[in-house]
Design a protein around this ligand. Structure first.
Ligand code: ZN
Length: 706
């Protein structure tokens, strides 16, 4: 997962003076030791100054918006004949930059501060800044200055040309080319849509649904789970919250009783339905109106235009081809699940339902492939795993990752790493790591952008700062922190996002780091998960912490790979179903579909995956559709396909996954470039050929392209 500041219209610039970053706190010796290298490399390598009181948060918010407004006013004040690239198009990036910096810090404070008052204040402030971004993107006076410059038909090259194109495209998508009356209508519709989207997601967050069970009904579920005080009530009954993913997964994967699993799936599929069904119907109608106003056939075409797929038809065709190619494998996997079910229940007529899949997938893993997830943890002691991963990325990308003492820590065990170029010593970026769970902290694992990279007005480069917010199991009972295999995969994935951010060389914030099309952004990170499945890579660091010698047996890794392939058809058919139904309701302007979107989405899910329980409405709690991933769910599979394609280049290289020239090419052609050129060009430059779907079909166990 990756979190960046969500901004409707992010534009970019070079007029940035000093004072965008408040002066860093007094640096420690080790931090200071990088400053000579920073001067030599003409980069600014510094940490943000963190707000520690609600007063500071308020002051930061006001100051950031004031600076942003001043800079936008300066652009707006230009007479048409005064406009240049630097004082319009590029100046926009400088205008937005201080607000993005403030927003990055406040967002992280909101998710990680141990102080609730600070978290709340930061949340409130973030919302103010979001509103500021939206309002600013609708400023007509600023647009007119940019337009006056664009009308001179300038000849631009490379990243500058890309920036002008992007800025004009985003203005057009914001309705700036429409007559006044339609423009204000559009703005009103967009504001209403934003509000509804927030409400849609809030309704899901608040849709806790307790399903009550006896101990017998939860037979098969782990003792730890049953003893958890969130689950076991004082009355001796067990209550599972259908709105809490880890609780749902534990029960669906392990509860032997079909009735138990079925009740939970039905409860989960009915979350938020009363409020969200009418609300989402209104959202669909507004989206269609916006698309029509802007001259698109439908919302999906509008949403997909800036992405790799370019239009809804291409995205849909990708999913349909994949779905068809997977059909035989999907059928075979369901047949295997059914065999297991017949054997377990003694019912020769047994059928596989949607609530059976997680359970029999788990059974298959345990019984056929003898995979004991818990036993693997001894190979992944946290510190050793981190060092191992750093070593791999240092070698592969020609960098050094050094721990430094953070001058300010919001929590005692906060870590900070300085990333430098190993050949030149030039500083590249900072990565914070907030390691362990605690009350009030963001409870997944994600990379947060704090300072995006950007070339400043004097020519020096502001190097990026990011944070990895992790929730590793804390060391306990004299035992070190041990990671699961999934944790390690996630660590490599998220660290990939961090590298994508800190290795950037893009001149404009608009294009730096992970500012790439949404249907591509997961690919470079997704790809790094392959490293964790490779015996040679694992043997570099993964040893049993108790003897420091024993490696993961080859047979175990082979079994894990076999297990992955054994159920991947089911996994992707479900993903494809989500992608297709998301597109279906956004590829039309037919109000009848909007009024009856529950049957439409249920129908597609039932046809592509497995029949949904009758009378349910899972789509009412499908948070992705509330905003951000609407008409974008296809992007997960799309990025997976590119990830497999890119990984295949390493596999074919002489050094395999540790092939250094290929690693450097990834750094230079993908990470460093970011969004500063067409992503297709970057991918081609890395691959050394056109894109291909073949490696993905191989990755999911299909012999050849369907
Ligand atoms: Zn991710």
């Amino acid at each position: 997962m990756m979190r960046t500041t969500g901004i409707a219209l992010l534009l970019a610039a070079q007029l940035l003076g000093l004072g965008d970053l408040a002066a860093s706190p007094a640096a420690t010796d080790s931090l200071a030791s990088f400053q000579e290298a920073a001067r030599k490399a003409k980069v600014r390598f510094e940490l943000p100054s963190w707000e520690t009181t609600t007063g500071q948060i308020e002051a930061t918010t006001q100051a950031a918006m004031a600076t942003g407004n001043q800079r936008l006013d300066a652009i707006a004040a230009l007479k048409p004949d005064q406009t240049t690239f630097a004082n319009t198009v590029a100046a926009l990036d400088a205008a937005y930059y201080p607000v993005v910096l403030a927003s990055g810090r406040l967002d992280l404070i909101h998710e990680t501060s141990p102080d609730k008052a600070l978290r709340d204040a930061a949340h409130e402030a973030s919302r103010k800044l979001q509103t500021w971004f939206v309002d600013s993107s609708f400023r007509r006076d600023v647009y007119q200055a940019v337009k006056a410059y664009a009308d001179t038909k300038p000849t631009l090259q490379g990243e500058d040309a890309m920036l002008l194109k992007t800025v004009l495209r985003d203005y057009r998508r914001n309705g700036m080319e429409l007559p006044e009356a339609q423009r204000s209508k559009l703005q009103a519709l967009k504001n209403r849509l934003n509000d509804l989207g927030l409400e849609f997601r809030r309704n899901i967050t608040q849709s806790d649904t307790l399903v009550e069970y006896s101990r017998e009904e939860l037979d098969g579920v782990s003792e730890d789970f049953l003893a958890n005080e969130e689950i076991l009530g004082k009355d001796g009954r067990y209550r599972v919250n259908a709105n809490v993913t880890w609780q749902v997964l534990e029960v669906l994967r392990n509860a032997r009783s079909e009735e138990t699993r079925k009740r939970l799936v039905i409860a989960r599929s009915n979350r938020a339905r009363e409020k969200n069904i009418p609300l989402f119907a209104e959202m669909l109608k507004i989206r269609a109106q916006i698309a029509t106003l802007l001259g698109y056939d439908n919302w999906a075409d509008y949403r997909i235009e800036p992405k790799m797929a370019k239009n809804a038809k291409t995205a849909r065709k990708f999913l349909l081809d994949l779905s068809e190619g997977l059909a035989p494998k999907f059928k075979a996997e369901l047949a295997t699940f059914r065999e297991l079910k017949i054997r377990e229940t003694g019912n020769a007529e047994a059928v596989i339902h949607t609530w059976d899949v997680p359970y029999y997938r788990n059974q298959l893993k345990k019984r056929r492939y003898n995979i004991d997830t818990a036993a693997l943890k001894v190979y992944f002691e946290l510190e050793n795993t981190l060092q191992g991963m750093f070593g791999i990325f240092e070698e592969l990308f020609g960098i050094r990752i050094q721990p430094v003492e953070p001058p300010y820590k919001w929590v005692d065990d906060l870590r900070l790493y300085a990333v430098t170029d190993s050949a030149s010593g030039a500083p590249l970026g900072f990565i914070y790591m907030d390691m362990f769970p605690r009350e009030g902290k963001y409870n997944h694992f994600a990379q947060f952008g704090i300072t995006p990279g950007k070339r400043l007005s004097g020519g020096s480069y502001q190097r990026p700062v990011v944070a990895l917010v992790c929730n590793f199991p804390p060391p306990a009972n004299g035992k070190p922190s041990l990671l699961t295999f999934d944790d390690v995969e996630t660590l490599f994935h998220e660290f990939g996002h961090a590298l994508h951010s800190v290795l950037t060389q893009a001149n404009y914030m608009e294009f730096s780091g992970t500012s790439v099309p949404r249907d591509f952004v997961e690919a470079p990170s997704q790809m790094l998960e392959n490293w964790v499945r490779d015996k040679k890579v694992l043997d570099r660091f993964a040893v049993d912490y108790r003897d420091g010698k024993q490696h993961i047996p080859t047979a175990t890794l082979e079994q894990m790979e076999a297990a992955r392939l054994a159920t991947i058809g089911t996994h992707y058919r479900r993903q494809i179903a989500f992608g297709l139904l998301d597109l279906a309701i956004h590829m039309t302007t037919d109000e009848k579909v909007f009024d009856d979107f529950v049957s439409e989405t249920n129908r597609i899910m039932s046809e592509t995956y497995l029949p949904v329980p009758e009378g349910t409405a899972f789509v009412a709690s499908f948070g992705h559709l509330g905003g951000g991933y609407d008409a974008g769910y296809y992007g997960y599979a799309w990025a997976d396909a590119i990830s497999a394609d890119m990984a295949s280049v390493f596999r074919k290289a002489p050094g395999g996954l540790m092939d250094l020239p290929t690693g450097m090419r990834l750094r230079n052609e993908i990470y460093a470039v970011g969004g500063s050129r067409e992503i297709e060009d970057s991918i081609r430059a890395f691959l050394g050929r056109e894109r291909s779907l073949e490696p993905f079909f191989e990755f999911i166990g299909l012999k050849k392209k369907p």
